[in-house]
Design a protein around this ligand. Structure first.
Ligand SMILES: [Zn+2]
Ligand SMILES: [Zn+2]
Length: 459
């Protein structure tokens, strides 16, 4: 009996002191019952109160003072709670009674009554996007939230839910019915952000990135993996770069992305590689994993087979892509972290500054191989990249190395090493920053004339 009375006492205190809409009234009891909407909660409590007042009114017909007191109670439910059955009953007892027209909900400023117009705005803003699921998020002005907190503290209400949660659900349910699509919390394709101020709202609809993973082969030398702004003008465009703002005329990224951007009608894309090869190195064999992140895509059901075919048809002699699959965005982090966990195999053409006879070459090989395979290579950040990377000494491993003599100035090598090893420096020694180096072990200045990545393995 106690609990039942406390709900109705709270309800009566709310009704006597405040004007509320049904959502805001029902929300105060949201933790009671499941599978009910706040409207249903409001209806149920108000209906019970209405029946009670009707009974009291019938019984007090003979006592005018008591009758008027009870009528006042009924009028409160009719007017302040805008409860239709109470309005009808009021008219029955007092046909001349006029309901007030300007009712403003104390808690939400009638925002819940504007949900339909808000939903129309959302639907209009979302009409250009293809999506299967979505998420609604609402931010509500802190003053509105504080007001409800104070209201609850004053009335000792501890069965309410937040206005934000209430609003998200009401809007989400309406969209669910109209779109026939469901809310997704983990990886929504469409994000609907509503912000509510005192008397206005803002709606922002954004499409979450679409990510496609694949592998690429770079078949030519001289192009970087991603677009490089021209050093001199920092990408602004100048005479020297023919106002392209580019240091290199193209890149793997620029050759690959247009087809993806066009098909998905995205605003822009970001190219993520599992490491990168030098500009003058090719990347052949099974290729290098990459993820292309398409921002604000309008179309999601893009045909990866067709895109692969188009990209390869256009760039077949420069860049090739294959093994395309859709991946969640979280894969970008995994791709970036996978760098050092790989073993890469390189083919290198090495030039010697001084003559190297075949006999000299052959007799040194066994000991060089042993020295390079048995101990870690200590590699300080190369001079050529130290301006953009921390100057550290890193331990690298060479897993396998083979040599082949070509002529007195050239020999080639096949090197399998830990991801992140700087191969050019392993050959040159980088003025003593890489130890040991092939230059040091061969006792002469060597440099890398050609570099290809021929395999990338995940360990
Ligand atoms: Zn309200
Ligand atoms: Zn420039």
């Amino acid at each position: 009996m106690e609990t039942q009375y406390s709900i109705f006492n709270t309800a009566k205190r709310i009704i006597s002191d405040y004007t509320l809409c049904a959502e805001c009234f029902g929300r105060q009891f949201a933790l009671l019952g499941t599978g009910l909407s706040n409207q249903e909660r409001a209806n149920s409590i108000l209906t019970t109160l209405l029946l009670e007042y009707n009974d009291l009114l019938n019984e007090s017909q003979g006592n005018k003072d008591l009758f008027m007191k009870n009528l006042e109670k009924l009028q409160e439910i009719a007017s302040k709670m805008n409860f239709k059955p109470a309005i009808l009953l009021m008219k029955k007892f007092q046909p001349e009674w006029q309901d007030s027209t300007d009712k403003v909900c104390y808690l939400c400023n009638n925002f819940f009554q504007r949900v339909n117009s808000l939903v129309t705005t959302i639907i209009n803003n979302a009409k250009d996007y293809e999506f299967e699921n979505y998420l609604v998020g609402t931010s509500i002005n802190a003053k509105i939230v504080d007001k409800e907190d104070e209201f609850r503290a004053k009335l000792e209400i501890n069965t309410g839910e937040s206005m934000k949660k209430n609003f998200n659900r009401v809007v989400g349910k309406k969209l669910e019915v109209i779109w026939g699509k469901f809310v997704e919390f983990k990886q929504p394709q469409l994000n609907i952000q509503i912000s509510i101020d005192r008397d206005r709202y803002k709606v922002q609809v954004t499409s979450n990135p679409l990510c496609v993973k694949g592998r690429y082969r770079k078949l030519i030398r001289g192009i970087p993996q991603t677009h490089w702004p021209h050093k001199k003008c920092r990408g602004k465009g100048c005479e020297e770069c023919y106002f392209t703002g580019k240091q290199y005329p193209t890149s793997v990224e620029e050759l690959i992305s247009p087809e993806f951007l066009q098909s998905s009608r995205s605003d822009q894309s970001v190219f993520h590689g599992a490491g990168r090869e030098d500009i003058d190195a090719r990347c052949i064999g099974p290729g290098r994993p990459f993820i292309i992140e398409l921002k604000e895509p309008r179309i999601r059901s893009i045909d990866l087979h067709r895109i692969q075919k188009e990209v390869n048809k256009k760039n077949g002699d420069k860049v090739e892509i294959f093994d395309l699959v859709f991946v969640p965005r979280s894969e970008i982090k995994n791709l970036k972290q996978s760098g050092e966990a790989t073993a890469k195999t390189y083919y290198v053409l090495i030039k010697s500054e001084t003559k190297l006879t075949k006999r000299d070459f052959k007799c040194k090989l066994a000991s060089i191989k042993k020295k390079i395979l048995e101990n870690p290579i200590l590699q300080r950040t190369p001079l050529r990249v130290v301006h953009r990377r921390a100057d550290l000494t890193r331990k690298r491993m060479v897993y396998d190395i083979e040599f082949k003599w070509k002529n007195r100035y050239y020999f080639s090598s096949r090197i399998k090493a830990m991801g992140g090893t700087y191969i050019k420096e392993l050959i040159s020694g980088d003025e003593g920053r890489t130890k040991p180096s092939l230059s040091e072990l061969f006792g002469r200045n060597l440099r890398c004339a050609e570099l290809d990545i021929v395999n990338i393995e995940y360990r």
